[in-house]
Design a protein around this ligand. Structure first.
Ligand SMILES: [Ca+2]
Length: 354
């Protein structure tokens, strides 16, 4: 073999090696981009996969926001909501609370959504007062006094109107974050009144159960399935923190509350008393602070509190299951909560109140 042939062989070998390496790399990227967006559901409604990938804009809109962001909080004022509200208001380094919306609910003592919204409104104002956030007194709005009648008609309310009004200055990279830890009635109504709202806000919702739960019969879902369906079908960027199987791991014991809420402030005393008085029996040592996880997500820079993934959005069905379609939008769901880290941040923030 002469020197020229030897050189040619070496060049050929390098080119072949490069082509093989590039092929392997392209295949790896293709495989990872496909498998990243699979959803596999064992129990709660079926399974779906897709070869579509989200656009850059979709991925950006679903990211935990960087820097200080404006938020509104839509809440039904139960015990965990009030922890979440006090935590949100103490997170001013990151979250600028523009408004709080009272959401409708019903339970064993509250038979009508219209009564529920009044109770939510009262509970929100009680926490604002204990947190001495009198600057927000005029920023609390009552939501819908009934759940959606169907998927086409909104229930008008001061909250829905205010959300649309507030969203005017947002869009593109600067979104208004709508954190909802209740039935999605107010958010869905605002989207039905003004579908362009989807271009200006990102919705973070605590609701629905995990895909491997037996069913999707979860309080924030089944009270207003129509509202959930409107929001999941809308192009609005959506982050779901699922309840059973995900947020259910974010529990706090009474002992942890008593020991860690060490500052003797009015809000800490109130929250501790709520935990004590809501315990059904003396052996109810812990309670789940579901709604705090939704505030945790907006504070989740560097994935310090939650782990999440982009997937095809499911559709909440009226039969308490999810269904799936390859045509669905991409959304984000949380599959893991770092309990101690989130609890520690919440306790530290709550201990800043005088
Ligand atoms: Ca709630």
């Amino acid at each position: 073999m002469d020197a020229k042939t030897k050189k040619l062989n070496i060049i050929t070998a390098i080119v072949v090696a490069l082509v093989l390496a590039i092929t392997a790399l392209v295949t790896a990227i293709a495989v990872s981009s496909v498998s990243s967006y699979y959803i596999v559901v064992n129990k709660n409604g079926g399974a779906v996969s897709t070869t579509r990938t989200p656009t850059k804009e979709e991925v950006e809109a679903l990211k935990v926001p960087e820097g200080v962001v404006d938020v509104v909080y839509d809440t039904d004022g139960s015990t965990d909501d009030l922890f979440a509200l006090a935590y949100l208001l103490a997170s001013g380094e990151k979250l600028n609370c523009k408004a709080v919306f009272a959401a409708p609910f019903t339970d064993g003592k509250t038979y009508l959504p219209s009564s529920g919204v009044q109770k939510s409104y009262k509970a929100i104002n009680g926490v604002l007062s204990l947190c001495m956030r009198y600057d927000l007194t005029d920023s609390v709005y009552k939501g819908a006094d009934s759940f959606l009648p169907d998927e086409e008609n909104a229930v008008d309310s001061a909250a829905a109107d205010r959300l649309i009004e507030l969203s005017a200055g947002y869009g593109g990279d600067k979104r208004l974050f709508v954190v909802c830890t209740a039935a999605l009635t107010n958010v869905a109504s605002a989207l039905l009144i003004d579908p362009t709202l989807a271009e200006r806000v990102t919705v973070v919702w605590l609701g629905g159960n995990s895909f491997n739960s037996e069913n999707n019969r979860e309080n924030n879902t089944y009270k207003d399935v129509a509202a959930a369906r409107v929001v999941f079908a809308s192009p609005v960027p959506l982050v779901q923190i699922q309840c059973d199987g995900v947020a259910s791991g974010f529990y706090m014991t009474s002992e942890e509350a008593e020991r860690s809420l060490s500052k003797n402030s009015a809000i800490n005393k109130y929250l501790c008393e709520l935990v004590r008085s809501n315990a059904a029996d003396p052996y109810e040592w812990s309670r789940v602070l579901w709604d705090v996880t939704a505030i945790g997500w907006v504070l989740n820079e560097g994935s310090r509190f939650t782990e999440e993934t982009i997937a095809l959005a499911p559709t909440p069905e009226y039969n308490d299951k999810y269904s799936f379609s390859d045509n669905a939008k991409f959304y984000k769901y949380v599959y893991k909560i770092y309990r101690e880290r989130l609890l520690a941040d919440m306790f530290e923030k709550l201990n800043t109140y005088d």
